[in-house]
Design a protein around this ligand. Sequence first.
Ligand code: SF4
Length: 214
Amino acid sequence: MSPLRITEIYASIQGEAAFSGFPCTFIRLTGCPLRCKWCDTVYGFEGGKDFSHDEVLAKVAEFGVHHVELTGGEPLAQAGAVPLMQTLVDRGYRVMIETGGSESIDRIPRDVHVIMDIKCPGSGMVEKNLWSNLDFIKPTDEIKFVLAHREDFEWALETITKHKLSERCQVIFSCAFGLLQPKDLADWMVADKAPGRMQLQMHKYIWHPRAKGV
Ligand code: SF4
């Protein structure tokens, strides 16, 4: 089983997506092939520590929380992520993964809840979107657009229409923190009858927006 390079493992409140508000253990895998302009986890690009599969499972068991999320960085950039998810599912955890959408999601176990970004132009990474991933998104999964400005919002609406995304899965609109004001996004979504849900990153309102391990 491939070892995993990990930045941090911690328990907190899930701040995003369908399970927001639940206690959750987060496994933040080190490294990401992307460089989104507004990335809030640049500290996870390098460093970290090697963990065996069993060491990760032991740490997760210590926290004893039912929800477990793999995040990053980009979890799918490491070969050990898929077997880890399968073992967590087999042990009865509710497992989620946050992925940037540039790596194939085809090997993710069916029981894992996928939250996948589609990168907007304002991220600087739009050409990295792996569009074939849309073939593997389940109706219960979520696609997230992180928006830096009005142009991103309009691009997201066009993309949702073009790929019929709101018929395939849940769609989330989120603000790039500090770049787009929540009130502006709320106003646009109502005015344009946006086919999705707005989310705020709850943890950034509970703790300092740049706090780690929360
Ligand atoms: S995909 Fe995520 S971790 Fe990677 S650069 Fe973008 S925001 Fe940061």
